[in-house]
Design a protein around this ligand. Structure first.
Ligand SMILES: *[C@@H]1O[C@H](CO)[C@@H](O)[C@H](O)[C@H]1NC(C)=O
Ligand SMILES: *[C@@H]1O[C@H](CO)[C@@H](O)[C@H](O)[C@H]1NC(C)=O
Ligand SMILES: *[C@@H]1O[C@H](CO)[C@@H](O)[C@H](O)[C@H]1NC(C)=O
Ligand SMILES: *[C@@H]1O[C@H](CO)[C@@H](O)[C@H](O)[C@H]1NC(C)=O
Length: 442
């Protein structure tokens, strides 16, 4: 027994010595590793820095419909980033989001903004029951998507008259098939916002076309300076869309004519019922206060009085967006942007219409959620089905689509109530906060 104890002590001593050596060598290795990490950090470009601070707080637990309904913050993984080597000549970054079926719109957006930067967040949902590792099928989808985006990036980078692109691919592991069709649009907008380095920012949805005239405004130092100096202004770019009675070909020609032409042409397209105010039929309060009739004859910027429901697109200082980023409780398609514009008004942002630049919505296939919202579901497949699946929730039989709509409306009312009470802070999630607090350019 005693012998054993002695043996044991000796071995403990040996172990201790061994441990000290191990510790020293570990420390040494750590120092090398640390210096390598510092060097690597020095070599990371700014979009990779966004990826690092964002993914540092990635939570791989799959989202469920229940977690969405109680507004648990969505967690996204930035799976890959691309950053153009092109310098942007204007102090503006347009930021936007896309799903893979809209990536061609993203490509044309970049073509419409030569000299500007574009920061885009692309969303890829991955449906599986657990989050720790990806199922082979999803691993393959990620790789395929990365390869497709690489091609898009290469094409844009290889072409001379294009934007300076910052592209982020974000994945979400979801245990619920319906959630995969409810794009976490605001979390994506915020991710794209993080990668903006210019003083001016404009959130422009990916399916909008931009008038050629924006480029001449941005080329005029006086105009740009005026926009930058008006610290609390939001410069509205009026949005149009083709009339619904047009054939697809006519609609496309109308869009092209409207972005290439001047305001006189716009006036003609409007009078001949080719163009109308964006969303005039389903949500007129979204843009009506811009006063399109007045705008058509305006030669100077004029101020627009905010009214509930207003949701213009336009240019503002990046700081405005950082003060009031997008509330990530919204997914799918109700009031996500209306609520953010209300929050800009809440911090006393003044809206002014830009007289000589505009946007035109491009016709496209609707997302599953949007197609249910407007009652056009005949052509959609499994995504619509997942959203229209009947579930029993708090004593009623309803669909996941209806629950998401109710969730959006309640969330928006809650936010507007908090604004009225002077205590609104958008919910942005830990990933966005970590980046906002640690990235050197904020
Ligand atoms: C998250 O993204 C990183 C790349 O930044 C990748 O290495 C990792 O596998 C991704 N994780 C998941 C669960 O997708
Ligand atoms: C739109 O605004 C005009 C005034 O600019 C007003 O006369 C009209 O009633 C408004 N329409 C809607 C639907 O709010
Ligand atoms: C907005 O204006 C109101 C009224 O003048 C003021 O009480 C409030 O503090 C302002 N808010 C911000 C964020 O400037
Ligand atoms: C909900 O649907 C189930 C199955 O169709 C049915 O048995 C139940 O009575 C319904 N409940 C209510 C409250 O409608």
């Amino acid at each position: 027994m005693r012998k054993h104890i002695i043996a044991c002590t000796i071995s403990e001593e040996k172990k201790a010595i061994y441990n000290v050596i191990k510790l020293l060598s570990l420390l040494f290795l750590c120092r090398i590793a640390a210096s390598e990490i510092t060097q690597a950090a020095a070599q990371l470009n700014d979009v990779e820095l966004v990826q690092r601070c964002f993914n540092a707080l990635y939570n791989s637990t799959p989202t469920t419909f229940g977690s969405f309904m109680i507004s648990s913050p969505v967690s996204l993984n930035i799976s890959q980033v691309w950053r153009s080597a092109k310098e942007s000549s204007f102090p503006l970054t347009v930021f936007s989001t896309a799903t893979m079926d809209r990536v061609h719109h993203l490509e044309s957006l970049c073509h419409m903004l030569p000299g500007s930067a574009v920061s885009a967040a692309v969303y890829l949902p991955l449906v599986q029951p657990h989050g720790a590792f990806l199922l082979p099928r999803n691993e393959a989808v990620v790789q395929e998507t990365q390869a497709k985006l690489q091609e898009v990036f290469n094409r844009l980078e290889g072409s001379s008259d294009t934007c300076s692109l910052r592209l982020l691919l974000l994945t979400e592991v979801s245990a619920d098939r319906a959630l995969a069709s409810l794009v976490p649009i605001n979390a994506l907008r915020n991710a794209a916002l993080l990668a903006i380095r210019t003083p001016l920012a404009a959130m422009i949805d990916v399916d909008l076309a931009i008038s050629d005239s924006l480029k001449s405004i941005l080329s005029d130092p006086n105009r740009v300076q005026a926009m930058q100096q008006a610290a609390t202004s939001f410069w509205v770019l009026p949005a149009w869309e083709s009339e619904s009675h047009l054939t697809q070909q006519d609609a496309q020609n109308t869009v092209l004519s409207a972005i290439k032409g001047d305001k006189q042409r716009l006036g003609m397209l409007w009078q001949s019922r080719h163009l109308r105010m964006f969303s005039e039929d389903i949500f007129p309060q979204g843009h009506n206060v811009t006063d399109y009739r007045r705008w058509l004859s305006a030669g100077q910027p004029y101020s627009v009085r905010y009214a509930r429901g207003y949701e213009p697109w336009g240019i503002t200082r990046r700081e405005r967006h950082l003060m009031m980023p997008y509330d990530i409780r919204f997914r799918g398609c109700f009031r996500d942007k209306v609520t953010q514009v209300a929050s800009l008004a809440y911090i006393n942002t003044s809206f002014a219409a830009v007289p000589d630049a505009w946007l035109v919505h491009q016709p496209h296939k609707l997302s599953a959620a949007a197609s249910i919202a407007v009652g056009r579901t005949r052509t959609q497949g499994s995504r619509v089905e997942a959203l229209q699946q009947v579930v029993f929730y708090r004593g009623i039989n309803t669909t996941k689509f209806m629950l998401h709509k109710a969730h959006s409306l309640v969330t928006s009312d809650d936010a507007l109530g908090a604004m009225a009470a002077g205590r609104y802070h958008p919910i942005v999630g830990a990933q966005f906060k970590n980046c906002r607090d640690s990235l050197p350019w904020f």
